[in-house]
Design a binder for this molecule. Sequence first.
Ligand code: B16
Ligand code: MG
Length: 210
Amino acid sequence: MKYRGVIFDLDGVLCSTDEYHYLAWKEIGEAIGIDFTRADNHRLRGVSRMESLEILLEKSEQDFSQEKKELLAERKNRIYRKYLERMSEKDLVPGALELFSELKKRNLKIAVGSSSKNAGFILEKLGIRDAFDAVVDGNDIEHSKPHPEVFLNAAEALGLEPGSILVLEDAEAGIEAARAGGFVPVGIGPAAGSAVFRIDKLSDLLGIIK
Ligand code: B16
Ligand code: MG
């Protein structure tokens, strides 16, 4: 078999937290006089919290000190975490558990590779914290996607070569990261334009592995 592992992105692949990010950033935008739109939010997919803030601040004419930026990012995260609190196993994307067990049956290893520092909390809420052979998230990396660090760390933890791993991503930044690390990117949803493979739903992944 050609592939030996799958790395799953979290937000946008195994669950949908986009709306929560949007509502939280919108509240921050309002506090500093910025109209933050859903189109703006789209640009934040896969990028880190501080980089997301920098994108939001492109709309502001004010200069913010590093200290103020960190306070804004913390405030956004507190709002975002309140939304995450409401999540449960029902928020796991349909077909995920079945896919994990089918992949394991076929002797593929599975990991999560997420830019989010809240990934552990989200995985717990989704009831899949122990489902993976490895979890690498925003707390474990210095460089966020499109840098490949998160996926390279996950490959190392799985003990597999990047070329033997499919990376399932919803965001262009994640597709780029996978490509840069020598992985095989699989795009899910409309955002991931330049992936090697494209799928519409999780179970379609089995058609690629065969
Ligand atoms: P946090 P992923 C990413 O998660 C999100 O797509 C992105 O929108 C967010 O800014 C980033 O995590 C950081 O999230 O504020 O929770 O650390 O798609 O890489 O799983
Ligand atoms: Mg994502």
